[in-house]
Write a protein that binds this ligand. Structure first.
Ligand code: 5GP
Length: 196
């Protein structure tokens, strides 16, 4: 189920940039509208209602605020995967490689083995879904820990890119609160997919 309040805000304040990038710096990625994040957190909780979740896993930096506010409704801790270019603590961490959509670089992402365990039931949360690399990398950390991946919650999915299709085909229970179907930098017009 998509969120009307969020779609309206994206239409009003989202800026379409070159390279299929949607900027939402005025409410999600730089300045943060905390009351909107509360509604996002509640909606994510509704979407995964009845599911047992022991950890929320996200990736720095933009996912952290969203995950923390959502975690208040799930009543569980948040782990954020750290991005690093020098992997010198191998052995004590789970690690995966993630190509950055916005920066065109590859980072190793790491989570300490102290915080993710085989008995954990994990919900992945992130701000955007484009080609799916970030969520796939996070799911790889869950796999390495032997934990259960309950699903993934995304604030904005760009439905015209491949990630959503790939992750759903992998069997991940993916819920996106707004799925952008098209965005036109020339006119500024944004359309959303009708249903999740
Ligand atoms: P993916 O790994 O799915 O290709 O890309 C998702 C990651 O790239 C997200 O963590 C997000 O930070 C960043 N990203 C991808 N597309 C956009 C976009 O259109 N706008 C912004 N602000 N970030 C994006």
């Amino acid at each position: 189920m998509q969120m009307q309040l969020l779609q309206d805000r994206i239409r009003k304040d989202g800026q379409i940039k070159e390279g299929n990038i949607l900027k939402v710096d005025s409410f999600l990625n730089h300045q943060i509208d905390v009351s909107l994040l509360q509604e996002i957190g509640k909606e994510l909780k509704r979407q995964f209602e009845g599911k047992e979740i022991t950890k929320i896993l996200t990736i720095e930096a933009s996912g952290i605020a969203i995950a923390c506010i959502a975690a208040q409704y799930f009543g569980c801790p948040v782990i954020f995967a750290k991005k690093t270019k020098t992997l010198n603590i191998a052995g004590e961490v789970y690690t995966a490689k993630v190509e950055s959509f916005t920066h065109q670089t590859t980072n190793d992402i790491i989570v300490s083995k102290s915080f993710l365990h085989a008995e954990d039931k994990v919900l992945i949360i992130d701000d955007f879904l484009a080609n799916g690399k970030a969520i796939f990398g996070l799911s790889e950390l869950v796999r390495q820990a032997g934990a259960e991946l309950v699903g993934a919650g995304v604030v904005i999915e760009k439905g015209f890119q491949e990630g959503g299709k790939r992750l759903r085909e992998m069997g991940i229970d993916l819920h996106s609160l707004a799925i952008v179907e098209s965005m036109d930098p020339a006119t500024g017009s944004i359309t959303f997919r009708k249903e999740d």
